[in-house]
Write a protein that binds this ligand. Structure first.
Ligand SMILES: *Cc1c(COP(=O)(O)O)cnc(C)c1O
Length: 393
């Protein structure tokens, strides 16, 4: 039967009427997935998984597949230990397996946190511009979101301001993002500890999706875990580990917090192949992370060269650069797309965000950008950096 022979569908009005009232009129997370030669819009790694890792994964998966008649290990025991070993190597922090939790991407891990510690009548605070999924996960689970603010010019989260906003919101959950997406900079320990003190009931989540890209001397909040029972550090294999398609995120926290997440997860939420891909990849951590230094080099090059063009890049501890100084960000975004380069309009006026990819991709982006100047430059620096409605980071 062809599409033309199918009976016409009703207009969907009954479904829209049945939808939860608080979800009506919302727009879904929607970073464009376009088939463009140079994709620098979602901070994925531009480097493919190395053949040695592929071979090892295939070898283990071959043995897994015959056993797929059974449910996966609900406690992902092997993966937990692999994460403990990796974090000891990467950050020097020694954790116990019962302090680790994992999910299908750190987005699922964040969702587990909100399911367990948010909900009806509860409040979560974040400081925007930050990761757009934090308010989406919070609000779709019926939790009130308080949109705290970072400095409108520098995008820094100043300690005094963070403390004041945390006290005023009296939240059950706080989201910090360090290094921050989309602005790029990491938070000092003093800010995290000040927020823990100013929100004395709250679970404080530090989203460290980009930790592996931080500039030298940037410590991980993992080091603070032993002193703070309400602190959670989330990480992901989607960025530095070049495994966005595998969907593996994780967190480290107090064992009691991890134990609470068992109440809300769906049973067997991590498939056997997912556990295997992650576990085998962690055993190859050094090799998978070997591109991190090259990516940091391109990131620093983007900052230097964009500044030399008269644009205003924000210093970055991540694998992307946010830059301001554009007359109209959507117009420049479209012009870059027409040149075969996909970057991200995160909804901050006069700014775009570009991922640090390979040297060739950075060159393609910088060349295209240079060709758009000076017409696309902002003539008089505009002061408003308030995000537009519906923007996604
Ligand atoms: C990319 C990103 C994530 C990763 O999400 P996954 O579900 O693990 O792919 C989490 N937090 C931030 C801030 C990010 O930018």
């Amino acid at each position: 039967m062809t599409a033309d022979e199918r009976a016409p569908l009703a207009d969907g009005e009954q479904v829209r009427a049945a939808l939860r009232p608080d979800l009506r009129g919302r727009t879904a997370y929607g970073a464009p997935q376009l088939d463009v030669a140079v994709q620098l819009n979602t901070n994925e790694s531009s480097y493919p998984v190395p053949p040695e890792v592929v071979a090892d994964v295939l070898d283990r998966l071959g043995r897994d597949l015959v056993g797929l008649n059974r449910y996966p290990d609900r406690e992902f025991t092997g993966l937990r230990q692999a994460l403990v070993d990796y974090l000891a190597l990467q950050s020097g922090v020694s954790l116990r397996p019962e302090q680790l939790w994992a999910g299908n991407g750190s987005n699922e891990v964040l969702q587990h946190l909100v399911q367990a510690f948010g909900g009806q009548g509860r409040t979560a605070l974040g400081f925007t511009p930050a990761y757009s999924m934090h308010p989406i996960i919070v609000e779709t689970l019926g939790t009130r979101w308080v949109d705290g603010q970072r400095d409108a010019q520098t995008f820094d989260l100043e300690i005094g301001s963070a403390v004041e906003q945390a006290r005023a919101a009296d939240p059950d959950l706080v989201f910090l993002c360090s290094p921050n997406n989309p602005t790029g900079t990491a938070l000092p320990f003093e800010s995290i500890e000040a927020v823990l003190a100013a929100a004395p009931r709250a679970i404080v989540v530090v989203d460290e999706a980009y930790a592996e890209f931080a500039r030298p001397g940037t410590p991980s909040a993992l080091e603070l875990l032993e002193d703070h029972e309400r602190l959670v550090v989330t990480r992901t294999m989607s960025k530095a580990f070049t495994l966005a398609g595998a969907r593996l995120g994780y967190l480290a926290a107090h064992p009691a917090l991890v134990d609470a997440l068992r109440l809300v997860r769906l049973p067997y939420h991590l498939s056997t192949p997912t556990q295997t891909i992650a576990e085998v990849s962690l055993a190859h951590a050094e090799q998978l992370l070997s591109t991190v230094e090259a990516i940091k080099g391109q990131r620093d090059r983007l900052v230097t060269e964009l500044a030399a063009m008269g644009l205003r890049p924000v210093p970055s501890d991540a694998n992307f650069v946010l830059f301001g100084g554009l007359a109209d960000a959507p117009t420049t975004w479209q012009a870059l797309l027409e040149a075969g380069i996909l970057v991200r309009d995160v909804g901050i006026p006069h700014h775009l965000r570009v991922t640090a990819g390979t040297p060739e991709e950075a060159t393609a982006f910088l060349t295209a950008m240079a060709e758009l100047l000076p017409e696309h430059l902002q003539s008089q620096p505009h002061r408003s950096t308030a995000p537009r409605q519906g923007a996604t980071t």
